[in-house]
Write a protein that binds this ligand. Sequence first.
Ligand SMILES: Cc1cc2nc3c(=O)[nH]c(=O)nc-3n(C[C@H](O)[C@H](O)[C@H](O)COP(=O)(O)OP(=O)(O)OC[C@H]3O[C@@H](n4cnc5c(N)ncnc54)[C@H](O)[C@@H]3O)c2cc1C
Length: 332
Amino acid sequence: MTSLAEYTSLRIGGTPRSLVVATSQEQIIEAVAAADEQGRELLIIGLGSNLVISDDFVGDVLVIANKGIENDASACAGAWVSVQAGEILDDFVELATASGWTGLEGLSGIPGTVGATPIQNVGAYGQQVSDTIAQVRAYNRETKTIDTLFAQTCEFEYRTSIFKQQSNRWVILSVVFQLPLGTLSSPIHYNELAAKLGVEIGQRAPLLAVRDAVVALRNSKGMILLADDHDTWSTGSFFTNPVVTEAPAGAPTWSAKDGKTKVSAAWLIEQAGIGKGFGLNDRVTISTKHALAITNRGGGTAAEVLELAKYIQDTVHQKFGITLDIEPQIVG
Ligand SMILES: Cc1cc2nc3c(=O)[nH]c(=O)nc-3n(C[C@H](O)[C@H](O)[C@H](O)COP(=O)(O)OP(=O)(O)OC[C@H]3O[C@@H](n4cnc5c(N)ncnc54)[C@H](O)[C@@H]3O)c2cc1C
């Protein structure tokens, strides 16, 4: 059996007892229903880009690989696009920007499958999928039914949703996006992206220019998967940006719900004295390009990833009294 290191962006994970690659909704439901009936735990994987799987994991795995994109565009409603869960997110974003479907361009270059995007409400550069998701179709493991969840019932918030809160309840089969038609992006609300494009905050820019700018910014931070660049052997940001009532002086911030403030976790880490490239050993270190990514330099283990994460959490807490929450899913 193949090691799960081959199925995760961290290149870490044990060897499963069984691994099924499901290429249709029927195969997904069949595998999940069988595991539930037999009382077996089942680890569901898309592209493995947000998973830290322990080295001694020995369970059953289902890989979501159903494909297909159907578009029903109309001048009034925009593009109404139904995407199978196993489609690769960036392939879909590339298609959307080339087709004049707006609202996803800021998500260019994010690894993973479309089916995983609702789980942590994937977002970057001022956009998040909850801005454009209309419906999520999912197999409900409790009622054994296929449910259609409208966006309002998905409880989307910053890096979370009902699917993350009730993690074993639904298996996402497909996602429907409603995307306005146009050649310009949605308004740019992210300083770094606005500067790269040479536009003011709140202005729009050509869709393809935004995609190119986002990809260039992400590449400079090691935030696009590249097999020969260990800075990208990560889960992306390892910590979410904490939401606080009062941010430390000088910290980059964004406004959050209920009058609170979201603070840059990368800034907190660097100001706590932990620089890019830092590690407790030379197998697992912070990326040399981004303070928020924990990376496998080769031969790293899940235990070493979590040890470094704990060190970072403790150091930031000591300095600022702020707790950093872990973003990826920890398995085993
Ligand atoms: C280099 C890099 C950069 C990143 N940048 C960003 C970023 O900018 N913004 C951002 O939000 N995230 C980012 N991420 C995190 C990651 O891309 C997202 O979380 C992505 O949605 C994970 O998709 P996946 O298919 O790889 O999911 P996996 O890692 O395979 O799974 C993640 C979780 O979702 C569950 N899951 C997967 N598919 C399904 C399904 N169909 N039904 C039910 N449960 C499912 C899994 O069980 C697991 O709990 C980055 C990761 C990397 C490696």
